[in-house]
Write a protein that binds this ligand. Sequence first.
Ligand code: Z5A
Length: 224
Amino acid sequence: MSGGVLSHPRFISLEGGEGAGKSTAIAALRDALLQRGHEVVLTREPGGTPLAERIRALMLDNRDSLRGDGGEDEPLSAEAELLLVFAARAQHVRQVIRPALQRGAFVVSDRFTDSSYAYQGDGRGLDPAWIADLERRAVGLRPGLTLLLDLDVREGRARTAGRDLWPDRIESEQDDFFERVRAGFRRRAAAEPGRFRVVDASRAPGEVGHAVAVAVARWLEEQA
Ligand code: Z5A
């Protein structure tokens, strides 16, 4: 327990910047757990439930979901963005994550609250004390293990360049935003070495997957 937030040993998150390879690495992580006979629930944030996925679409859509009736743009404020990701998370934790943990499954989430500290805190400049308060009141749960896939910002963006016809609201940010996000993730990892494992994501996908599987295997041994 840390400040009213419970750390759960079967709850694992993957974090990192755009193009870090989380979707690819998550398969290696799932396989490492399945090989040991565990039930694994893969999920993602923002999202993971039908309602939370609708909130995700609202938060990330750059095109028309935020237009008023007259067709005028209505920019989403940083504050509203933060509250939307926490609304989605509150729902996700209660509908999916806690029930799965309670029945003994491992839950692997592509992003969790560390992303809010990095993107809304370091990226948008919102007060981390407010984020901590939301984490405590609306979530109350933290992963026991967080794998941070660390990658040079330009390299990550080069990997995803041209992927989407319309980049989403976050993808449309400039490099300096993503540099602040990366620095925020690295600072959190350095401050919590017991929870974080930093993986060099510049290597080939197979090597990154192997590093993730090894990190999880070691962590499971430490828990035994
Ligand atoms: N967000 C937030 O602001 N606050 C919050 O609290 C939360 C989230 C929870 C989610 O969108 C956005 O929400 C995210 C933060 C924000 N925005 N950003 N940036 P998302 O889930 O769509 O975005 P993402 O998590 O960044 O997804 P991504 O860009 O697809 O990254 P990824 O999952 O880490 O990468 P990937 O899909 O595995 O791979 C991307 C490409 O790189 C693909 O073409 C791969 O073939 C290639 N790849 C992967 N690994 C390698 C290696 N090792 N070498 C070469 N190429 C590779």
